[in-house]
Ligand binder design. Structure first.
Ligand SMILES: [Fe+2]
Length: 274
């Protein structure tokens, strides 16, 4: 490459423009074999909990979990799989590797990552597993983060999650600040019901979104169960919004560069005025 007047990569700029316009990007995972292996371990842990034989088809097994488990039993299964998955030293590195290119482009290459990879399961007609409309910054998470959200089965319609596009989201703050009773009677979901965008994501793809935007899910009215994993990532040297959700407690530094390590450990000489 010869002389250039660009500091940035055109491919990364295009991804950033897409993210800015929609609040999210959906891309094929960077390593499909890694996703398959990741999902296979989730299925193995589920079978361990259910004391059943491994299925021939991991995707069909997950899609049909409601045929084996009741709503009352699903959280015990979820916790068994979540705990088993997060015990593996490969869990977070492999999870990041699925979206590394997009994360590098959108967040940076010196990263802090949430301490656990979360697992969600929404079975058809299960009212107890819905996630009401919210923005993560409302629960003291940093506005500098993204969520890497990966379905383990195809998601679509009410099996998917929804998000409020940035241009509509910009109206939320103003609208909420003028509510007469401080918002006690305000139904945020109802107010924006027609504006939410359900994001279809196929197995083999990952969704990276800004949790500053309103998002959530509703009752899964499809005939299949939804399984998804998610984890938050932020630039290592960004402000953290609370003591609870700070570096060390909620996020771990994962990719500090050598110059940063040297800088963090540097101590200026004392008693020297030159
Ligand atoms: Fe969220």
């Amino acid at each position: 490459m010869g002389l250039t007047d660009r500091f940035t990569d055109p491919g990364e700029d295009a991804l950033a423009a897409d993210f800015m316009a929609n609040g999210y990007v959906v891309r094929d995972v960077d390593d499909r074999a890694a996703l398959d292996a990741f999902r296979h371990e989730i299925v193995r842990l589920a079978c361990e909990h259910l004391k059943c034989d491994p299925p021939a088809d991991d995707g069909a097994f997950l899609n049909g979990i409601h045929e084996r488990v009741t709503v009352a039993e699903i959280n015990a299964l979820r916790l068994h799989v979540f705990n088993g998955l997060n015990k593996h030293s490969w869990c977070r590195p492999t999870y990041l590797s699925l979206a590394r290119k997009a994360i590098d482009a959108l967040v940076g290459n010196e990263l802090a990552m949430q301490n656990r990879v979360n697992l969600s399961i929404q079975m058809p007609n299960d009212e107890t597993s819905t996630l009401a409309v919210h923005a993560d910054v409302w629960s003291a998470e940093t506005p500098y983060e993204v969520v890497e959200w990966t379905p383990l089965v195809d998601v679509y319609d009410t099996k998917a999650m929804y998000i409020l596009r940035p241009e509509i989201n910009r109206t939320v703050r103003e609208r909420m600040s003028t509510l007469k009773d401080g918002g006690k009677e305000f139904d945020l979901f109802e107010a924006y019901r027609n504006e939410f965008h359900w994001i279809p994501v196929k197995y083999g793809q990952t969704l990276v979104f800004s949790p500053i935007l309103l998002h959530g899910n509703v009752r899964n009215d499809t005939a299949e169960s939804r399984w998804s994993v998610n984890c938050r990532l932020t630039g290592l040297f960004t402000p953290y919004a609370s003591d609870e959700k700070c570096l060390g407690r909620f996020y771990t530094p994962i990719t500090p560069k050598m110059t940063s390590r040297i800088g963090m450990n540097f101590k200026a000489p004392e008693g020297f005025n030159g």
